[in-house]
Write a protein that binds this ligand. Structure first.
Ligand code: ZN
Length: 336
């Protein structure tokens, strides 16, 4: 056994770990992590469309057991399971209020997982978890007032005020995806019309591109729509790089909506940092961030704009994974 293996084994036997599960609209990430060893194992799986409550919990139990086994740690070293959900989550009752991109509503996920796993289960909104991760380990370290925005299947937000995660009076704070930005806009997964995410998420961008192609517009993405293939963030990024006119037009419009909405939020909160992540942003950050900035400054009150910068996430997919450490330390009052 090498020195390195001995050290690794020594650390693993002594230390406690968090199993972080980041449940997205299209994929689930699982990782075993702590603050001294970092991420020691990870897994990624597709999220099935419109799961039942039972199959949703079952897939999380399976993923937890698989990633623990992959890491080689013992069950007694698991301090907690920290689950990030794309939707509103009541941390007192453990109930998902609304997660439109998972097709879940009023579901007591914590109780179901606690019945099936021998570890403490903690649940939190996914972007709140990412914001906690950015605050302790990423771009928000040392900052007081920060908004984390993830643009992917939907649009989620996590708000840090006075160096602390702000969850609101009814656990809904940060749900920026459902701010109404268009009175007659398209229908959102939440049932309302004209929500921010119904206009500027990847899902919204893909819907607009597909509709234009069906009307006869040319695009490099035409073949994908004809073959009924999913248009993922990477395909959009490639279309942008190729200068595809339709994709450029739709993305430019999405960037304007994002910039305008974030300017309104910043005029209210006077933040010092806005971190932009999520599948669509990360795949096309170099194109989208300057465009968003342009509109953001146009709609910002001068003094509010002076204090703030808009940046990409540096932890990317790992932000919510690291947030599991912060959540465990906060709720279980232990160091991991
Ligand atoms: Zn909505």
């Amino acid at each position: 056994m090498s020195v390195c293996q001995k050290q690794r084994k020594g650390l693993i036997v002594e230390n406690k770990f968090v199993v972080s599960l980041d449940v997205g609209g299209t994929k689930k990430l699982a990782a075993v992590v702590n603050s001294t060893d970092g991420i020691i194992s990870r897994l990624k799986k597709q999220t099935p469309e419109a799961p039942t409550h039972e199959s949703f919990s079952g897939s999380l139990v399976e993923l937890t057991n698989e990633v623990i086994q992959l890491s080689g740690i013992q069950p007694e070293q698991v301090a907690s399971i920290a689950v990030g959900i794309p939707g509103s989550v009541n941390m007192e009752t453990g109930i998902i209020g609304m997660a439109p991109n998972l097709g879940l509503k009023n579901y007591s996920v914590q109780e179901h997982l606690n019945n099936r796993l021998p570890y403490p289960v903690l649940i939190e909104n996914d972007v709140n978890l990412a914001a906690a991760g950015e605050l302790a380990f990423g771009a928000a370290k040392g900052k007081q007032n920060v908004l984390v925005v993830f643009v992917g299947t939907g649009i989620g937000g996590g708000l840090i005020l006075n160096n602390k995660l702000y969850r609101g009076s009814g656990w809904v704070a940060g749900e920026i995806g459902h701010i109404n930005v268009h009175e007659k806009g398209p229908k959102c997964g939440c049932g309302r019309i004209g929500c921010f995410e119904a206009l500027a998420s990847r899902t919204a961008v893909v819907r607009q591109i597909t509709a234009e192609i069906k009307k006869g517009k040319q695009s490099v993405l035409k073949e994908r729509t004809e073959k009924n293939k999913d248009i993922k963030s990477k395909a959009i990024a490639r279309a942008l790089e190729a200068g595809d006119k339709l994709t450029v037009k739709v993305i430019n419009q999405a960037c304007k909506t994002i910039g305008r909405t974030l300017a309104g939020i910043n005029n209210l909160l006077n933040l010092e940092l806005i971190i932009l992540g999520g599948g669509l942003m990360e795949a096309s950050e170099s194109y989208m961030l300057p465009k968003i900035n342009e509109t953001f400054y146009k709609y910002s009150i001068g003094d509010a704009a002076k204090c703030v910068s808009l940046v990409g996430t540096n932890l990317r997919d790992d932000a919510a994974i690291y947030g599991g450490i912060t959540l465990t330390e906060e709720l279980l009052n232990i160091k991991v």
